[in-house]
Write a protein that binds this ligand. Structure first.
Ligand code: CO
Length: 624
């Protein structure tokens, strides 16, 4: 018998509905789902913590609680990014342990724990914490293809996860590229090597061969498969639950689930899918066999294309694909998943645009120092020298990255209590609120103080054709339509209401989070659609404009070499600077980069400040 781990409330809507499904659209069907007998149901973790507080004005802890109440018989699971928990940076052990305790208390039974680099040191504390709370720990390895990621390598790492006490094991094929033979070889290899712990295969439909891979996984003895109810499945999402259940019926792998009941549940989710029509994107539902050649996950690829266009280098696409493979090899073959996908992808773009390792974002430096964990293979010494300088050996850490972190719970608690006094507003209604703040200080505070606004509520769905979110969907489908045409749909627009002509693409930062944005003029106001990290999209209102800049040929003018957001200006007017001293930190493509003084001299004028957006060639200051 094979069992199913259902994904419709986590990965599936994260992959194809921008993680936007609201709790009120989940609850009505839970009682029926609870009767199916799923092995487990992933409802939390990944982007489902960040998105609710950022865009839905929903408390993720409350959602978890309500779902558990509605499904008392189904084990609920969260995706836990090892020391990153539900964010993109490392937290101290104390926070990781507390978070897992709170999640368990609020209804999470199973924890799928993975690390981008498969560095088991990063997975140790969360696994221990889950086992201590009496939860189910699933040890998960990111799937990738490289000379070091052999079948034997996976078997050895799974053996170690079994020794660490994991209750189940999982292969996480986030790019949806695992072939039938790879799935078979790894799973069969584990079984033959005496691994007794049940094995789960997680994949996406991207390559088009996932159904075959699932069949071969069954033949190899897989115990659990990840699927999602059909209305929110396929493409960059999971294979459809009902189809897999039907395919295995009458075989030795039969799930035993009630297919008729699943079809009833499907009818409910068709209505949900239709309600969220403004988020439908046909490309997310298509097959992309190219992933089997370049191995770049769908999310990372669309990000790369966007970043290239933003840097005015859309024609360099194929060069970037080759360079990404080369950088990944030089950096020790990290699996391409958040956050390592970003480090490798952006370094590749920098290399093609500015020469190999001429521009090095801080994230690349941190990666080479070992701050993300140990790369699967050693980084090439010549690259270490280029990135960290001749004394690179002194900069590399050998300990587990989180060993360098101080506890922060008490500090965050005191900060939030001080904020309560300052704002004269109750922010802490439960201990979990302190955790929300500890994980996402800026966005969390905004949410806790009641300032977060939902993009839409379930009652407002489906959004009308006049809504700006619907415009984004129409534009994606009909690129030939002008913005004016689209905003005129369904309403007569008087000439005075026509939106002003403004640049349409920006890279900005919101609450410390990098944001790629597209502006869409609508009537008399402007809305912005953007993307952060993995599968997050949102709408925000724009900040102030940018300062005027002098012409490019200004004498002594220092130009930005890239499109990006100014994070820090290191010099003041009147300062004397040396050649090559770091004058500005610019955030481009979600990475921090340094701009150095091209010559020595006195800073005569500065045309930028923190938060400004600059284009390649913009004069940012004058040094004479
Ligand atoms: Co996934």
């Amino acid at each position: 018998m094979v069992q199913i781990h259902e994904q419709i409330f986590r990965d599936a809507h994260q992959s194809i509905l921008a993680t936007r499904m609201r709790t009120e659209d989940m609850l009505p069907i839970c009682e029926r789902i609870d009767k199916i007998g799923f092995f487990s149901f992933e409802v939390w973790g990944g982007a489902t913590f960040d998105v609710p507080i950022r865009y839905l004005n929903e408390d993720p802890w409350v959602r978890l609680n309500k779902l558990k109440e509605a499904m008392p018989n189904t084990p609920l699971q969260m995706l836990e990014r090892a020391m990153n928990i539900v964010a993109y940076w490392n937290f101290p052990d104390e926070i990781v342990r507390k978070f897992i305790g709170f999640a368990k208390k609020n209804g999470c039974d199973y924890f799928r724990i993975f690390d981008a680099l498969n560095d088991l040191r990063n997975m140790k504390v969360p696994i221990e914490a889950v086992l201590e709370t009496g939860g189910h720990a699933q040890g998960c390895l990111s799937y990738t293809i490289s000379p070091v990621h052999t079948v034997e390598h996976y078997i050895e790492q799974f053996k170690e996860l079994e020794r660490m006490g994991c209750n189940t094991l999982c292969i996480k094929d986030m790019a949806g590229m695992i072939s039938p033979t790879s799935a078979y070889d790894i799973i069969k290899g584990c079984k033959d090597a005496g691994i007794k712990t049940p094995i789960n295969l997680h994949s996406h439909c991207t390559s088009g061969m996932t159904g075959m891979a699932y069949m071969w996984a069954c033949d190899a003895g897989v115990d659990i498969l990840d699927t999602a109810m059909s209305p929110i499945s396929g493409g960059t999402g999971q294979p459809p639950t009902e189809s897999i259940v039907a395919a295995l019926q009458g075989t030795e792998y039969d799930t035993g689930y009630d297919l008729k009941e699943l079809i009833e549940i499907r009818r409910y989710f068709i209505k949900v899918w239709d309600k969220y029509r403004h988020l439908h994107r046909i490309n997310a539902l298509k097959v992309d066999p190219e992933v089997t050649v370049h191995q770049i996950p769908g999310g990372m690829l669309s990000n790369l294309i966007f970043q290239l266009e933003e840097q005015g280098a859309g024609d360099k696409y194929f060069q970037i694909l080759d360079e990404t493979a080369r950088v990944r090899e030089e950096m020790g073959y990290p699996p391409l998943v958040t956050p390592t996908s970003q480090v490798v992808g952006v370094q590749a773009v920098m290399n093609v645009l500015h020469g190999r390792y001429k521009m090095i974002p801080n994230e690349t430096k941190d990666y080479c120092r070992g701050m993300y964990g140990k790369p699967p293979a050693p980084i090439k010494p010549e690259i270490m020298e280029k990135v960290l300088g001749p004394n690179w050996k002194d900069e590399v850490i050998t300990c587990r990255p989180a060993d360098l972190l101080e506890p922060m719970w008490e500090k965050r608690k005191e900060e939030l209590e001080a904020k309560e006094k300052e704002l004269d507003k109750k922010l802490i209604n439960k201990e979990e609120d302190i955790m929300t703040y500890a994980i996402y200080p800026q966005v969390g505070l905004k949410f806790l103080s009641g300032e977060a606004k939902p993009e839409f509520t379930s009652d407002e769905l489906p959004l009308p054709i006049t809504h700006p979110f619907t415009h984004s969907m129409i534009k994606a489908q009909f690129p030939e339509l002008s913005k004016e045409d689209i905003s005129n749909f369904g309403k007569p627009v008087a000439p005075t209401q026509v939106a002003p002509v403004v640049p349409t693409e920006y890279n900005i930062e919101v609450n410390g989070e990098p944001f790629e944005v597209k502006l869409e003029p609508v009537g008399g106001f402007i809305t912005i659609e953007g993307k952060v990290g993995e599968g997050l999209q949102g709408a925000i209102t724009p900040g102030s404009g940018q300062a005027c800049k002098p012409p490019a040929d200004t004498e002594g003018g220092v130009k930005s070499s890239m499109q990006g957001t100014i994070i820090k200006v290191n010099v003041n007017k009147g300062d004397d600077v040396d050649e090559n001293s770091i004058i500005v930190i610019i955030e481009a493509m979600k990475m921090e980069n340094e701009i150095k003084a091209p010559h020595c001299g006195k800073v005569e004028d500065i045309f930028i400040k923190d938060g400004d957006i600059v284009k390649p060639g913009d004069v940012i200051m004058i040094i004479k």
